[in-house]
Design a protein around this ligand. Structure first.
Ligand code: ZN
Length: 125
């Protein structure tokens, strides 16, 4: 009937194109949101320069640490999202990085940026 779409890279694509587009959309939206969030951090706090001048109250130091921690979380999340978008481009989205098995669309629905299948995720966590 229809000819294969020519991309030999689509090795083990278990999710269909409609789902793939939806995941991509979700990932792009989340990337945008996370980037905006990160930009706010950069604007509010001058990271890097003032770290040595912490003679303020402990509360403030604690808040600073929390902000740094949250910023790191956001940066890591963003990295994961971009990696997932990259996997979509390469045609290997939905394939577990560890065992090359299928990542169920159920798991992808919970976290579209996941790079491990459920089995490997449990081993890693
Ligand atoms: Zn796996």
């Amino acid at each position: 009937m229809t000819r294969p779409s020519g991309s030999a890279n689509f090795i083990r694509m278990m999710i269909n194109e409609k789902e793939l587009n939806e995941f991509e959309e979700q990932l792009r939206k989340e990337a945008e949101k996370t980037e905006t969030h990160l930009q706010k951090f950069e604007q509010n706090v001058d990271f890097g320069n003032d770290v040595d001048h912490f003679d303020e109250e402990a509360d403030e130091a604690e808040e600073f640490a929390n902000r740094l921690g949250l910023r790191k979380v956001l940066q890591e999340r963003l990295k994961r999202i971009y990696e997932a978008l990259d996997r979509i481009k390469k045609g290997i989205y939905g394939v577990c990085e560890k065992c090359n098995g299928e990542i169920s669309s159920k798991l992808l629905n919970i976290d579209p940026a996941t790079n491990y299948c459920q089995k490997c995720k449990q081993l890693v966590l």
